[in-house]
Design a protein around this ligand. Structure first.
Ligand code: FES
Length: 188
């Protein structure tokens, strides 16, 4: 199944028809339930000023691993700006995602050195294993793949990271073992 352009959320409106809680669904599974108090504490850490909008969105990204639509709406109300303006900001900054990401984030370097040494083949290998292209997440929500610029370890090209852990001189044949080890680590 291809990722939907945006996660689906089911709202539970409060009496005044404002957001009371939201269940966030993506790829047919419920990711989390967000309560409005969570947004309140994120918002109230900053003055009601547009200058702090990016900082708030970065906090949401850290907390939820993406910026929920409900979060943008709460922020828009907080700083009295249109949601569309915040949406544009969120799409402009690469560090912000409007889609939930997987539990494990695979970043494949596509800088010059890694590109020459087979980054595209790594992407193809990961696609064969998980059925996802860069920017996509597996249906079980376990893995997301991203294509990134130079990660500063060109001597080890091709390089990828999984949850921040570096893997250098990665061979396509070793990918399955790397990911299998991660799945096993995650088992209770
Ligand atoms: S180009 Fe990949 S680490 Fe520098």
């Amino acid at each position: 199944m291809r990722p939907t352009p945006y996660p689906f959320s089911r709202w539970s409106p409060a009496d005044n028809n404002k957001f009371a809680s939201a269940e966030i669904y993506f790829e047919g599974r419920m990711l989390m339930e967000i309560m409005p108090q969570e947004f309140s504490s994120l918002l109230e850490a900053y003055p009601k000023d547009r200058r702090y909008a990016l900082a708030v969105m970065q906090d949401m990204q850290r907390q939820y691993n993406y910026v929920p639509r409900e979060g943008l709406e709460a922020l828009a109300e907080y700083i009295s700006r249109p949601v569309a303006e915040l949406f544009s900001m969120a799409t402009f900054y690469k560090s912000l995602s409007l889609k939930p990401k997987g539990v494990h984030i695979i970043k494949v370097c596509n800088g010059a050195a890694c590109h020459i040494r087979g980054a595209v083949n790594l992407v193809g290998g990961i696609k064969r294993i998980f059925g996802i292209a860069p920017g996509e997440t597996t249906e079980d929500g376990m893995f997301s793949m991203e294509l990134v610029n130079c990660m500063g370890s060109c001597a080890l090209a091709p390089v990828m990271t999984v949850d921040g852990k570096y893997y250098g001189q990665v061979k396509i044949e070793s990918l399955s073992a790397i990911f299998e080890a991660l799945r096993n680590e995650a088992k209770p």
